[in-house]
Design a protein around this ligand. Structure first.
Ligand code: FPP
Length: 249
C-alpha cells in the first residue's frame, strides 16, 4: 500500500518525531558502492523527512546522525561523515531559512572536530530566528550520556543553591536534559528493520510509540513518513490507563 497525505489526520499529529536513520551501509552494499555513498544518499532522505515534516505541521524533528558508539567505525568513514555534515549544514542553511526551520544540535558536541562544530554553530546561529519547526541533530549523542550530564549538572546546581539532593524531582531532572526545551517525542521511527532503541533518547522515550520500518534509510520518502504517522495514529496511547478510562474523557 502506498501512503499519501490523505491517510493522515493532520489534526492529530505528533508534536515531536524522532528518527533513527539506519541502513545507509547496507543500502550502499546493495548498490556495490562504498559506505559513504549510502550516507550521501541518506542526506537526500534527511531533506525529504525534514521538508515533509515541516509541511505537515510537525513542530520538532530530531535525527540520530552520529552516536557516541559511531566513533568505533573505520576512521575513513568517521571523517567522511564529519565532512558530509559540514558540507550539508553549509549547503542547507538557505533552504532551512526559506522554510522557516531552526537548526539545533544535542550531544557531547565539544568532542566533535572543530570544523564540524564551527559549521554546526554557524547553521544554528543563522537559523535561530525560525519558528515553524525545530530540526535537531543528535551528534556524538547517547541516551545514557544525556542522563549522566543532567545528573552532573543537577548536582552542581544543588551544591550552588544548597538544595537537598533528596528533594530533586523528575521536573528538576528534565530541566537539565539536553532536550529540556522540547516536548518528549510521541513517535520514534527506525528504518532498516532493526527493532532497537540503540541508546537514543532513553529518558525522553518513556511513552513514545515505536515504529520500525522495513526500508533502508536512503529509501525513506514522504510516503514512508506518512506510513509511520498512519501507524502512530492507529495506535491507542494509554499512558498506563485502561482503554475504558481513555474513552470516558
Ligand atoms: C546509519 O546507517 C547512519 C548513520 C550512522 C549516519 C547517518 C548520517 C546521515 C544520514 C548523513 C548525514 C546527516 C546529516 C543530518 C547531514 P548505517 O551506516 O549504520 O547503516 P548499516 O547499518 O546498514 O551499516
Amino acid at each position: 500500500m502506498i501512503y499519501t497525505e490523505e491517510h493522515i489526520d493532520t489534526g492529530n499529529l505528533p508534536e515531536h518525531v524522532a528518527i533513527i536513520m539506519d541502513g545507509n551501509g547496507r543500502w550502499a552494499k546493495l548498490h556495490n558502492q562504498p559506505r559513504i555513498f549510502g550516507h550521501r544518499n541518506g542526506v537526500k532522505a534527511v531533506r525529504e523527512a525534514t521538508e515533509h515534516s515541516a509541511r505537515l505541521g510537525i513542530k520538532y524533528l530530531t535525527l540520530y546522525a552520529f552516536s557516541t558508539e559511531n566513533w568505533n567505525r573505520p576512521k575513513l568513514e568517521v571523517n567522511a561523515l564529519m565532512s558530509l555534515l559540514v558540507e550539508t549544514t553549509a549547503k542547507e542553511v538557505k533552504t532551512l531559512n526559506k522554510n522557516n526551520i531552526r537548526l539545533q544540535a544535542i550531544g557531547d558536541l565539544e568532542k566533535l572536530p572543530s570544523r564540524t562544530r564551527k559549521a554546526l554553530q554557524d547553521g544554528i546561529d543563522r537559523t535561530a530566528h525560525n519558528e515553524r519547526m525545530t530540526l535537531t541533530l543528535a551528534l556524538n549523542y547517547s541516551g545514557r550520556w544525556d542522563i549522566m550530564q543532567a545528573g552532573r549538572s543537577l548536582m552542581e546546581e544543588a551544591e550552588r543553591t544548597g538544595k537537598d539532593f533528596s528533594e530533586i524531582n523528575e521536573e528538576d531532572w528534565q530541566r537539565h536534559m539536553s532536550t529540556s526545551k522540547m516536548p518528549d517525542p510521541e513517535l520514534l521511527i527506525r528504518t532498516s528493520g532493526e527493532n532497537r532503541i540503540s541508546n537514543f533518547l532513553l529518558w525522553q522515550m518513556a511513552y513514545t510509540e515505536l515504529v520500525f520500518l522495513d526500508i533502508l534509510w536512503p529509501d525513506f520518502t514522504k510516503e514512508s513518513l506518512y506510513e509511520a504517522l498512519y501507524i502512530y495514529q492507529h495506535r491507542e496511547r494509554r499512558f498506563g490507563k485502561t482503554s475504558d478510562q481513555l474513552r470516558v474523557t
